[in-house]
Design a protein around this ligand. Structure first.
Ligand SMILES: Nc1nc2c(ncn2[C@@H]2O[C@H](COP(=O)(O)OP(=O)(O)O)[C@@H](O)[C@H]2O)c(=O)[nH]1
Ligand SMILES: [Mg+2]
Length: 321
């Protein structure tokens, strides 16, 4: 069962499970190749798993962008096991690594939110260029495939191009968009969108937000205002605040991510551009350091290049099951 899906989407997605696994595997190809190459070397060169082999493993985890602290934490668990039970061979080492990584990814997995009062409101936040608008479009298509009615809200009013870009996604997915002029008040357009969603009995309202305003402080204040606007409308909304992160920036994106999680009430992560990066291990660092579940991964620029995150599929893809 795919645990990180929202609510009733689980059943609908079940038959596609194999497809998801294959696509996940394809997306992390570069990360896996780098990682498994060093894993194979460690295994081939060592008859017994010793300190040197474990040090090398730590380095290769850091190279896959799991982050220094996360790699250290995983290795200290493995060292302890190696000391107590003696890890016999590379296969066993790999199996233990798999268990450790999956445990980190699952530690902050939260059950899907129950939406008591429609519409379900999902805010997409994050730095410019990470893929918020693209993900808004992909999610619109995703929910449409689930048979839900969807509305898009263009709350990135900072750049005219952002509104146009979302309009194109609206056309592609056959989803209507609520917008305002460039420079308009994002909370006002959100208010309009909430009203429209309610009047039309929409199931899911997807809100694309700006990644940059005049200052960082302005942006955080605006996101907070949007959150409060939503709450006034529907007390337990927004149901999800998804922080969109770009996997290719790896560890460098972490600092900014922390700023967003502190100010914007983030509930989950969408990790984009997993396709083609060798830094896919950053998903593990994100889960551990931000203490948030990864909900979706972006694996390309097309409409259906969005996969629900599944920790087992991801871990197996990463380590080459
Ligand atoms: N390869 C790839 N490109 C992506 C993915 N998600 C977004 N992009 C591209 O990243 C760029 C920035 O995306 P955009 O949605 O405009 O980012 P925003 O500024 O956060 O709204 C665009 O060229 C997208 O096509 C992904 O999962 N994979
Ligand atoms: Mg955008």
């Amino acid at each position: 069962m795919i645990q990180t899906l929202f609510g009733s989407l689980k059943e609908a997605e079940e038959p596609k499970k194999r497809g998801i696994f294959e696509r996940m595997r394809e997306a992390v190809t570069r990360t896996r190749e780098n990682l498994s190459q060093s894993l194979e070397e460690i295994v081939a060169l060592t008859i017994e798993i010793d300190d040197k082999a474990l040090d090398e493993l730590e380095m290769s985890l850091i190279a896959a962008d799991l982050g220094v602290v996360t790699a250290q934490e995983i290795l200290s668990a493995l060292r302890e096991r190696a000391l107590n039970h003696k890890i016999r061979d590379g296969a066993e080492l790999k199996q233990m690594l798999r268990v450790e990584i999956k445990a980190i990814l699952d530690a902050y997995a939260t059950p899907p939110r129950v939406v008591e009062q429609a519409p379900e409101v999902i805010l997409l936040v994050g730095v410019n260029g990470t893929g918020k608008t693209t993900t808004s479009g992909k999610l619109a298509a995703w929910y449409r495939r689930m048979g839900k009615t969807v509305l898009l809200c263009a709350a990135d009013t900072f750049r005219a191009a952002a509104i146009e870009q979302l309009e194109i996604w609206g056309q592609r997915t056959g989803v209507e968009i609520i917008k305002t002029k460039q420079g308009g008040d994002p909370s006002a357009v959100l208010f309009d969108a909430l009203n429209a969603a309610k009047a039309r009995s929409i199931d899911v309202l997807l809100v694309d937000t700006a990644g940059r305003l005049h200052t960082k402080n302005d942006l955080m204040k605006e996101l907070d205002k949007m959150r409060r606007t939503t709450q006034r409308f529907i007390p337990d909304a927004p149901h999800e605040v998804l922080l969109v992160m770009d996997a290719t920036t790896g560890q460098n994106g972490m600092q900014q991510a922390k700023l967003f999680t502190e100010s914007a009430g983030v509930t989950g992560i969408v990790l984009t551009k997993l396709d083609g990066t060798a830094k896919g291990g950053v998903a593990v660092a994100i889960a551990r350091e931000l203490q948030l579940p990864v909900r979706f991964v972006g694996v390309g620029e097309k409409l259906d290049d969005l996969l629900p995150f599944d920790s087992a599929a991801f871990t197996d893809s990463l380590l080459g099951a």
